[in-house]
Design a protein around this ligand. Structure first.
Ligand SMILES: [Zn+2]
Length: 115
């Protein structure tokens, strides 16, 4: 388990660094777009559409980053690999597939059904 945790910490930290880099770039792009909108209306519509896509990307990237930070915190607390919902252990296979997983497969399925 601890070997898997050390491995997943590396994976999650690398992923987090990448996500943060991407988010910074998106934020920069958005700032530039808002600063200088084209006077041409058709172009303006496309630019606005693009920035909506970027905002969406930003949102899902942020959520993913939050999940990773939470998983890293659980590692620090010694709670990594324990389901936050029912307290059961999360199977190694699941942690390998989803390093940031906070719930065991059955709780994750329940949460998905409820959503
Ligand atoms: Zn559970």
């Amino acid at each position: 388990m601890s070997e898997l945790q050390a491995e997943n910490r590396k994976i999650l930290e690398a992923k987090l660094a990448k996500l943060r880099g991407r988010m910074n770039k998106i934020t920069d792009d958005l700032r530039q777009e808002k600063g200088a909108l084209s006077p041409d209306f058709a172009e303006q519509a496309v630019e606005l559409e693009n920035s909506e896509v970027l905002e969406h990307l930003d949102g899902s990237g942020r959520r993913e980053a939050d999940e990773i930070v939470a998983a890293l915190n659980r590692m620090d607390e010694g709670e990594y690999g324990i389901c936050v919902e029912c307290g059961d252990g999360i199977k190694e296979g699941r942690l390998k597939a989803v390093p940031a997983a906070s719930m065991c497969i059955s709780c994750a399925n329940e949460a998905e059904k409820a959503a």
